[in-house]
Design a binder for this molecule. Sequence first.
Ligand code: GDP
Ligand code: MG
Length: 290
Amino acid sequence: MHKSGFVNIIGCPNVGKSTLLNAMVGEKLSIITSKAQTTRHRIMGIVSGDDYQIVFSDTPGILKPNYKLQEKMMQFVITAFTDADLFLLITDIFEDIELDETYVAKLKKTTIPILLLINKIDEAKPEQLEEKAKKWKALLPNAELMYISALHKMNLDKVMKRIIALLPEGGAFYDKDTLTDKNERFFVSEIIREKILNNYHKEIPYSVEINVNSFKDEPTIVKIQADIIVERESQKGIIIGDKGSSIKRVGIQSRKDCETFFGKQVHLELFVKVDKDWRNNDLRLKNFGY
Ligand code: GDP
Ligand code: MG
């Protein structure tokens, strides 16, 4: 018997959804930072065995949208609600934002199985876990509760077994050696965006998008040219930094990660461009893949 299905990872910002996806797939597909709204897209990570195929989807954290980019981000979450065979609802012991009522209501009504994963147990005291478990059992009695640490890979083998047990019977959706639905350019732009999140503060990371203009995969080197798009002239100055020191740092860090990702030498050229108010421009958002 062969089993397969879509396992959609959902939850509030910063609870560890992307960390879990990467741990399950065994590759760094999704970028991770300590900041909320690191993930903007739905990213699939595919795990195949002889008699199963799990198509995990990482999604942006659930929030109330303030601008069009965030509306598009929430659209990815809504899609993840429509095609799931199984939900991995992630929460952690620190979660300060409550899960939006409309999503709780949807999860209460659904007949799709839910694994409720309480993450970051490496930092939890037993009483904290009990308290969280009580709260969630009352909120979602239909969910099956498990405790994990995505970062330290605790109990993930148990989660994997439960996932396979709960999946419906069916054939593979993708070739068994496929790892993701995203292409190389996407991963380059995400690597650069991660460095932006790590190197700048306040609104800067949230005002940035990356456009990979050229990607040439040659036998011994990958040659990449990408634009860092910001919303305002003042942000351009901040990205570049004093005598170009900040963008240089972003460039070096990004190149190193790209070299690890592609397993060969990388030449990376970065430019900064202003595209006024791109976050609220439908056409721009469409071009950026939202
Ligand atoms: P997402 O926004 O839900 O995708 O969360 P991320 O995967 O980006 O993780 C947010 C933060 O939580 C990062 O700083 C992670 O390193 C951290 N984190 C994730 N899983 C764990 C865990 O099991 N234990 C601890 N202590 N931190 C974790
Ligand atoms: Mg994420």
